[in-house]
Design a protein around this ligand. Structure first.
Ligand SMILES: [Ca+2]
Length: 101
């Protein structure tokens, strides 16, 4: 996956990261559910089947190694936007729903 172009001038300033906008910018919203699942698996670094807060922090770095980590505020906002059943982590269904709807 190469989204490096996104980080030349488009890397969001601290506390301004907007996941929905990011998904649109990198074209993820036009991908198939399976492709979105592949991205989910990359973000689920420990392969637990969920993206936990500790993994979500490194969201930008999974796309580009030189990117910053998300701030606590951004991480919590991202989590609550995706976490439909409020279990404190993001499942693949929740991730697909957030990206594709
Ligand atoms: Ca995980």
């Amino acid at each position: 996956m190469s989204f490096n172009w996104l980080f030349h001038g488009l890397l969001p300033a601290p506390d301004s990261f907007n996941p929905r906008k990011f998904f649109q910018l990198c074209g993820l919203t036009k991908k198939s559910p399976q492709e979105v699942k592949n991205v989910f698996n990359i973000l689920d670094n420990d392969a637990s089947g969920f993206i936990e807060e500790e993994e979500l922090k490194f969201f930008l770095q999974r796309f580009s190694a030189g990117a910053r980590v998300l701030t606590d505020k951004e991480t919590k906002a991202f989590l609550s936007a995706a976490d439909d059943d409020s279990d404190g982590k993001i499942g693949v269904d929740e991730f697909q729903a957030m990206v594709l709807s």
